[in-house]
Design a protein around this ligand. Structure first.
Ligand code: MEV
Length: 753
């Protein structure tokens, strides 16, 4: 790529919706899903009105200053604004206007990162956005350009500072409605019912004032209480507007989120015009947001968008293009070129790929990993292509000895990409430490022992906190103590611990060992085991995907028939544990390969996955497939994800470190989402093959390639020899060698003729 690479964030309203249209102050924050603009080698196939308008604005600006016209429109990527095929209401069109203007200005030599450059960009982007979208307050464009958090009133923008104690979360409230029509309905209500409208507006305006007062308030407790009242008042105003106008601003899902947030002591309101889409939640701690996220997912199937962060940076130049996981024909390249292609796509130094040469894990390092070392076992590591999760592309390192696993995952990821890619959410990174207590000859029965422990919960949590101050400083730490009665003479005490980016085994075991004597003293029961649980059901990853039938069609198989076949295969696994075991084995083909490549504990992963699959007493498939109302195939997987990005082999093994760099994941939650996506893709690939031509054909063609290479075929010979080998019906090494000999003889005589 040559030319600048420019990005701008999306936005979310914190307060002031509707009232801003009547001159009240809105507070809007930039969120770090970004639109990216870069030079396109040819005219982009789809150029939106906003892009055209942004180009026209900059052209006029440059012309007025006697500067040369800008180049052609850039390519704009807004993948981060999507959850699969659905766009979330984070102001993507404003971000597009800001990005395109920023790109063209940067190309003309304007410094867009500074205050003056951003002011110019804001003026041009606002004008372009207004022209293309026909109106709007401009708050979204301002936020995309300036970033951070802004106050916005009567077109005037000024920075707002969010207090240190405030944590902001966002919840996905489902499909957005057309908010433009909401504003029209509300405006009509202002004319037909002026008095109640004025009352509703007074509430909304007052809410905005109270909110601003809370941001500048004295102590966290009073300020948070004031903020909570402001949010309640805002929601009251919205309910009145809804009654007056008939616009469904507070959908049942939004009302549920508000109610659950209130139950856990948090304040929530729709962000934007309402009608679905986004809800913003205010909290004083990440831990409280995690509790809300957990409850919403478990009890209501609603997801916290945990990766969305408020206060993102505004319009800026980027050093690297976002990773693109579509590298056509990667498998055809010679190995050295393949490495170069992956390094280039990930913007990594190719020299760092030397660790992939055999012998990278030296015997000395191996000696430090385990005992009685006699050598090192090597396994191939490949890279799966086409993965897009929550709008972000990933090239996925996979280490596995089984042929076809990497190819199948890449192939299925391509089909899923056709439907917008994977949508992923994670539970908070909560793991469980277990302490076993047995009654022995204690006079206290189970109920009494449980009572003693529960009464001391607060102190026990404090004690657990002291064990790992660094974890607490990183935002993790103990979250809950739960006591389970396993029989009248056995209890299991669970300490739920937020492990942040660590897998957590050591943290958990230390906490269990520290709390054990205290628990024994409290209950009078005897301590037994003190160890983590690998049934990590509080730390699951959830991934969904939707695939259009056309993407599933293959060699004589109609796409909708393939959908039916896969749904039936899913049902088979749901009804039969014998099939479910094989179904899940196919899922773990993908997950384990990434777990291994990133130096994570695959035994923990396996134990957790299968225990979870059998959690309700019957062994079940981890992923299931259904046919949507529109005929698309819909898949979902939920799987415990006890993995980490810090500590252990992830840190020590040079290949694991490179694998993490290739992935580009910044948190264990993100890494777990990619792993679960690979599991779902592997399952799709297997079911699609099984429901159509059977698994052997694909396996055999890959096996034929391996034999062709083994026989000494190089370059185009590999494809030709594999095809001949399959046609021969005898896929064996001797046959490959013989055919290659024949092939070369024929080529030689053809060349001489
Ligand atoms: C083979 O490694 C995995 C499969 O058996 C999975 C499945 O049957 O779903 C193909």
């Amino acid at each position: 790529m040559s030319g600048p690479l420019v990005s701008a964030p999306g936005k979310a309203f914190l307060i002031g919706e509707y009232a801003v249209l009547e001159g009240a102050t809105a507070v809007v924050t930039a969120v770090d899903c970004r639109a990216h603009a870069q030079r396109s080698p040819s005219r982009p196939s789809h150029v939106t009105e906003v892009v055209e308008a942004a180009h026209a604005s900059v052209s006029a600006y440059l012309k007025d200053r006697g500067l040369p016209s800008p180049g052609p429109v850039p390519t704009v990527d807004t993948g981060g604004f999507r959850l699969g095929s659905r766009k979330i209401g984070l102001g993507s069109s404003a971000a597009v206007a800001a990005t395109v203007v920023g790109f063209l200005l940067a190309q003309a030599g304007v410094e867009i990162g500074g205050v003056d450059g951003r002011k110019v960009a804001y003026g041009l982007a606002r004008e372009a956005h207004r022209r293309a979208q026909g109106g709007g307050s401009g708050a979204d464009v301002a936020t995309s350009v300036f970033g951070g958090t802004l106050r916005f009133a009567d077109g005037e923008v000024s920075p707002a500072t969010l207090p240190q104690w405030l944590r902001i979360g966002f919840v996905d409230a489902g499909a957005p409605a057309s908010t433009a029509s909401f504003v029209r309905l509300v405006r009509e209500a202002a004319v037909t019912d002026p008095d109640p409208y004025a009352q509703a507006m007074a509430d909304l305006r007052g809410a905005s004032e109270d909110f601003l007062a809370a941001l500048g308030g004295d102590g966290p407790s009073e300020s948070f209480a004031l903020l909570g009242r402001a949010v309640e008042r805002h929601n009251r105003g919205l309910r009145s507007l809804q009654n007056l106008s008939g616009a469904p601003i507070l959908t049942p899902t939004i009302e549920r989120i508000i109610a659950v947030a209130a139950e856990v002591g948090l304040a929530a309101k729709p962000s934007g015009a309402g009608g679905g889409d986004l809800v913003v939640v205010f909290s004083r701690s990440q831990a409280a947001l995690d509790v809300l996220g957990d409850r919403l997912r478990r009890d209501h199937g609603i997801d916290l968008l945990a990766a969305l962060k408020a206060g993102a940076d505004g319009l800026r130049l980027e050093r690297h293009a976002p990773r693109c996981s579509r590298i056509a024909g990667l498998f055809r390249l010679p190995l050295a070129d393949r490495r170069r292609a992956v390094a280039a796509a990930c913007d990594l130094d190719i020299a760092g790929f030397d660790v992939l040469d055999s012998g990278a894990l030296g015997l000395e390092q191996a000696e430090h990993l385990i005992e009685n070392v006699i050598g090192v076992l090597e396994l191939p590591i490949g890279v799966a292509t086409n993965f897009r999760v929550n709008g972000v592309d990933y090239l996925v390192p996979m280490s596995v000895e089984e042929a076809s696993v990497v190819a199948a995952a890449s192939n299925a990821a391509k089909m899923i990409r056709a439907g917008g890619g994977f949508v992923a959410h994670s539970d908070p990174p909560w793991m469980i430490a277990q302490i076993q207590l047995t009654r022995g000859d204690s006079p206290h029965d189970a109920a009494a022992a449980v009572g003693q422990i529960e009464a001391e919960r607060g102190n026990l949590l404090q004690l657990a906190e002291v064990v790992h101050p660094r974890l607490v400083a990183r935002g993790g730490g103990p979250r809950a103590i739960e006591v389970r009665v396993l029989s009248e003479d056995m209890l299991a005490v669970h300490v739920v611990v937020d492990c942040r980016d660590a897998m957590g085994a050591n943290l958990l075991n230390t906490i269990a060992e520290t709390l054990a004597p205290r628990l024994q003293a409290l209950s009078g029961w005897t301590v037994g085991l003190r160890i983590l649980s690998n049934l990590a059901d509080r730390r699951r990853t959830h991934v969904t995907a939707r695939i259009p039938p056309s993407a599933l069609a293959s060699r004589g198989w109609d796409g909708s028939k393939v959908v039916d076949g896969i749904v039936s295969a899913s049902r088979f696994a749901e009804l039969d544990p014998y099939r479910a075991a094989t179904h899940n084995k196919g899922i773990m083909n993908g997950i384990d390969a990434v777990v291994l490549a990133t130096g994570n504990d695959w035994r923990a992963m396996e134990a957790g996955a299968h225990a979870y699959a059998a959690q309700d007493g019957r062994y079940r498939p981890l992923a299931i497939w259904r046919k949507g109302a529109d005929g698309w195939l819909e898949g979902q997987i939920s799987v415990p994800m006890a993995i980490g990005m810090v500590g252990g082999a992830t840190h020590v093994h040079p290949v694991a470190r490179l694998a993490i760099e290739i992935l580009g994941c910044r948190s264990s939650a993100e890494l777990g989402q990619v792993m679960a996506a690979v599991g779902l893709a592997s399952n799709l690939a297997a079911l699609r093959a099984l429901a159509t031509e059977g698994i052997q054909r694909g396996h055999m063609s890959l096996h034929a390639r391996t034999l062709a290479v083994g026989a000494g075929a190089v370059g185009p010979e590999i494809e030709a020899l594999s095809a001949l080998l399959i046609d021969s019906g005898e896929i064996k090494q001797e046959r490959a060698t013989a055919i290659l000999r024949e092939l070369r003889k024929t080529e030689k005589s053809a060349a001489q003729a």
